[in-house]
Design a protein around this ligand. Structure first.
Ligand SMILES: *Cc1c(COP(=O)(O)O)cnc(C)c1O
Length: 408
């Protein structure tokens, strides 16, 4: 497609002023929220050009989050495959163990600037809830996290973490009592409370300006990694690989390489197979549609509604992806590929054994694809965004794969 497109000014010109990445994105919000979303956008444009805000965010990243996170060379893993060298950007070493805090701290700072007292969100497995509760505690904001009753029962340690951090975890008891109902409940609460609260979205999804803001807050990952890789090797990687759920960690690392001669790969979860319901590879198998306030590529059921999705990695099981990824796919700038549950589990144990790094199951999808790509490329280098650590997944892996992996 249009590989020739000029990406040198891309980040300053995209999305357009209505929040569109090409045909994707926009802000499909109820009429009473239109002004509020404009206010959020104006506030963001003000603070992201203000040195006071930039210095504060930099200080937080350094002192509180422990940034910059390192890039590390996986020598044993690479040599076991061949000559192509695999490197990891270690977002697992970011405070709270994943990249999500990068945008939650930005959203917290924005909430303070807007004079809000409370931040509201939903959570499925609890990862976004914990990161946001952490930001709320740091900034002294109230925090309401909506969570399905079924998920509350399944994710006891994350529920306890959120409560320990001072958040209110509000059980959602209707319908299937999982993420979808929690999204609706959180949004309904926000409609009643937007004057003193802000709804914090957990990825590069939702109505404009969230896909842009979350990308920009995550861009620190790419900016750091690009320079670190140059310092370490004297050149850029040949390929960059990241897993894609909503797409925030991928957008964060890829945004720094758009204008470089570097191949970009977004890895979607293929779960148990290619049939609808068995996976969450929305960009690979979906079609254009509007959900949760934005136009993108989504997996639909027979009624055109968001389809049920599945992945072993609960952070990846979302029936759509951010509008910017739909645009990058259309432009041909990023290739979207897949890894299934089995490949992710294999990468999870291989990285642990060969490098002493237990990856999150989400990140293991990126590692799995990078291992495959290294074999195909034969030579060169690959930089993987290791979005998080795998401690949160241990109980599940022991129960389901313990015998197979020889750890039980
Ligand atoms: C939530 C999560 C993801 C998926 O979110 P994106 O917005 O696609 O990055 C990936 N990795 C980890 C560790 C997560 O917690």
């Amino acid at each position: 497609m249009q590989k020739e497109m000029d990406f040198s000014v891309y980040l300053k010109t995209t999305p357009d002023k209505n929040g569109y990445f090409g045909r994707y994105g926009g802000a499909y919000v109820p009429p009473q929220l239109v002004d509020e979303f404009k206010k959020i956008e104006t506030a963001y444009h003000t603070i992201c050009k203000s040195t006071k805000f930039i210095h504060e965010l930099r200080r937080i990243r350094k002192e509180f989050q422990g940034r910059p996170t390192p890039v590390c060379h996986c020598e044993r893993l690479s040599n076991s495959i061949g000559n192509c060298q695999i490197y990891l950007k270690r977002e697992d070493l970011n405070h709270t163990g994943a990249h999500k805090l990068n945008h939650c701290m930005g959203e917290g700072l924005l909430a303070k600037f807007l004079g809000k007292k409370k931040i509201i969100a939903e959570t499925g497995a609890g990862q976004h809830g914990v990161a946001l509760a952490t930001a709320a505690a740091y900034f002294g904001l109230e925090c309401d996290i909506y969570m399905g009753e079924v998920d509350i029962a399944k994710q006891a340690p994350n529920v306890a973490r959120m409560r320990l951090l001072g958040a209110r975890v509000i059980p959602v008891t209707h319908g299937l009592k999982t993420l979808k109902e929690a999204v609706d409940a959180a949004f309904e609460a926000y409609l009643n409370e937007y004057e003193h609260a802000i709804y914090c979205i957990g990825s590069v999804v939702g109505p404009h300006p969230f896909p842009m803001m979350v990308r920009d807050f995550q861009a620190v990952v790419g900016v750091e990694a690009r320079q670190q890789f140059l310092d370490m090797t004297g050149e850029l990687p040949d390929a960059v690989v990241a897993c894609v759920g909503g797409g925030s960690n991928a957008a964060g690392i890829m945004s720094a390489f758009l204008n470089d001669p570097v191949e970009l790969y977004g890895v979607e979860p293929l779960g148990l197979g290619t049939k609808l319901g068995q996976h969450a590879a929305s960009l690979t198998y979906g079609s254009e549609g509007i959900m949760h306030g934005f136009n993108s590529i989504m997996l639909k059921d027979e009624n055109g509604k968001p389809a049920p999705v599945y992945s072993i990695a609960s952070g990846l099981d979302y029936p759509s992806s951010g509008p910017e990824h739909a645009y990058w796919k259309e432009l041909g700038r990023v290739k979207y590929v897949t890894a299934n549950d089995e490949e992710a589990i294999h990468a999870f144990s291989t990285l642990s054994r060969m490098e002493g790094i237990i990856p999150a199951l989400e990140s293991a999808h990126a590692v799995a694809y990078a291992m495959k790509l290294a074999r195909e490329m034969g030579t060169g280098s690959i930089l993987v965004n290791l979005s998080g650590r795998g401690d949160k997944d241990m109980d599940y892996v022991i129960e389901k794969y313990g015998e197979k992996l020889g750890i039980k």
